[in-house]
Design a protein around this ligand. Structure first.
Ligand code: FES
Length: 87
């Protein structure tokens, strides 16, 4: 379980092991455009303001992963306790 703060919405969510960030964000009433929900299309790409990302998508290249400023929230997760997203 980790926390995700939605900076624009002013909400903080808990994301458990069996839930994606995308689901948790949707449950909080914040809508994000999605398509594949499998980490391959790039539609759900979201800007990350802080926190370490566990990238699990097939969209970003190594440089983009290392930069840590964006993520696919349908499949990728937090490496640490907390992420802050620009949502
Ligand atoms: Fe396709 Fe997330 S919805 S990468």
């Amino acid at each position: 379980t980790f926390e995700v703060e939605l900076a624009q919405s002013g909400k903080t969510l808990k994301v458990s092991e069996d839930t994606s960030i995308l689901e948790a964000v949707g449950n909080a009433g914040v809508s994000v455009m999605t398509s594949c929900e499998e980490g391959i299309c790039g539609t759900c790409e979201t800007t990350v303001l802080s926190g370490e990302i566990d990238h699990r998508d097939s969209v970003l290249n190594d440089q983009e992963r290392a930069a840590g400023s964006t993520m696919m929230i349908c499949v990728s997760r937090a490496k640490g306790d907390r992420l802050v997203l620009d949502l």
